[in-house]
Design a protein around this ligand. Structure first.
Ligand code: BGC
Length: 444
């Protein structure tokens, strides 16, 4: 397998997110975000870690963008911290925050790296969370104001945009299960947040289309093949519900199909009580690319004790299959199948893998991190993409998660996903063997 097998136009890049790398939580006029607040709550984040400093990318961005270049990637995906632009989420913009993203973009362009902006990667301004965050109707007006501002400010220089990162990720973890910021729970919160997010992803895209000439607009969905644990009818139905929720729930409204209510009575009941769920047109947008992010397949079995979904994950560890340090199953065939599942929607014409990667128990020994498992992981997952491409599926890019070890949300600094090792005490970066593997792969 060579880089050239993917075609000359294939976009190779790395993905990052503001809250995970920037640090400078109280610097440069940035307002607090829900992750700043959430991380102060005891027991919410492993070992009490906080995103305050993270990788200090805020001050070290030049060196870090140089690393992107050294590794041979063409694209740098980063997100804008909404609270750096609007410290209170809306109203008065913050000059220092605005200037910071100009510096990043300019540095990318100077180093001949293509900047790709994610507008929302989970770090909602705390002030908006106080008003209900994504569950509140007012969030859409604030989001649109923020998107319009960014489009006008950066649209001349940046053409590649991702509106929202993994709507299912933050609405489920943050508003249903309470294990991510803002720590809310309950099905009602989830459905409210989901509706406003589905509107935001299309509204945001429409604003970009109107404001940014030659924009290439995408949005990024998490996806996981859902595999029934046994052949029983109950397990199959449980898997179908999980698939509806995890894979179909946010993409189908975008494609003009509305929420997939017909396939799950709970959704249908909720839709009846929320007439806005029928507002299909507002949730629809013809994206230039659909971003897919895959980390694991999910094996599920029926469980009557789990409210609403009545399905339960059978963990990779207990099934004794190969898995990462996160306990996520390594299964490149499943990656291939989930790409095919999304490609089967006739209106999805262009898929970009906007995140994929793995955490392992990396150790810095001398100046080396020997992460052979990660190299093997990338080799297998890239093969899966190639297979899909050879069958005619239009996959146009791959962004590895992630440039360097960072603040991995509720896992704190423990989970290391980077191609570059970060020593969080000294902020010393060391390219891992997998980083060198990429360098070699991309240079041919
Ligand atoms: C998120 C990243 C996260 C990664 C690994 C993705 O769902 O977009 O922010 O670090 O998964 O957990």
């Amino acid at each position: 397998m060579n880089r050239t097998d993917f075609g000359d136009d294939f976009l190779w890049g790395v993905a990052t997110a503001a809250a995970q790398i920037e640090g400078a939580a109280n610097i440069g006029g940035k307002g607090p975000t829900i992750w700043d607040t959430f991380s102060k709550r005891p027991t919410k984040i492993r070992k009490g870690h906080k995103p305050d400093e993270a990788c200090d990318f805020y001050h070290r961005y030049q060196g870090d963008i140089a690393l992107v270049k050294t590794l041979g990637f063409k694209v740098f995906r980063f997100s804008i911290a909404w609270a750096r632009i609007f410290p209170l989420g809306t109203g008065m913009p913050n000059k220092e925050g605005i200037a910071f993203y100009h510096r990043i973009i300019d540095e990318c362009l100077r180093q001949d790296i293509l900047p790709m902006i994610t507008l929302y990667h989970w770090d909602l301004p705390e002030a908006l969370s106080q008003l209900g965050g994504w569950t509140a109707f007012g969030i859409n007006a604030s989001f649109n104001e923020y998107v319009l501002f960014c489009a006008k400010e950066y649209g001349d220089k940046v053409k590649h945009w991702i509106v929202i990162n993994e709507p299912f990720g933050f609405t489920s973890l943050g508003y249903m299960l309470g294990i991510h910021a803002p720590g809310a729970s309950g099905v009602g919160n989830f459905f409210d947040a989901a509706l406003h997010t589905a509107i935001a992803q299309a509204d945001g895209a429409k604003i970009l289309r109107a404001e940014v000439g030659q924009a290439v607009i995408g949005t990024a969905f998490s996806c996981s093949e859902i595999i029934p644990y046994t052949q029983s009818v109950q397990d199959h139905l449980a898997a179908k519900r999980m698939d509806t929720l995890m894979n179909r729930f946010f993409v189908e409204p975008v494609l003009g199909m509305g929420f997939p209510t017909a396939d799950w009575d709970v959704l249908e009941k909720f839709a009846i009580s929320h007439s806005t769920w029928r507002h299909q047109q507002r949730m629809t947008f013809d994206f230039d690319f659909i971003g897919l992010q895959n980390y694991f397949p999910l094996v599920v079995k029926y469980n009557a004790f789990i409210p609403v979904i009545q399905a339960w994950e059978v963990k990779a560890r207990s099934r004794k299959v190969p898995h990462t340090a996160m306990g996520w199953e390594i299964n490149a065939d499943s990656f291939y199948r989930i790409i095919k599942q999304f490609a089967a929607y006739p209106s999805i014409r262009n898929i970009m893998i906007t995140e994929n990667g793995a955490a392992f128990h990396d150790k810095l020994v001398g100046h080396q991190v020997k992460d052979q498992e990660r190299i093997e992981y990338f080799e297998k997952y890239l093969q899966a993409i190639l297979r899909a491409k050879q069958e005619g599926i239009n996959v146009t890019g791959y962004l590895a998660w992630t440039l360097m070890d960072n603040f991995e949300w509720a896992e704190g600094y423990q989970a290391r996903f980077g191609l570059v090792y970060n020593d969080f005490k000294t902020q010393q970066r060391t390219i891992k063997e997998s980083g060198y593997w990429w360098q070699k792969f991309l240079s041919k």
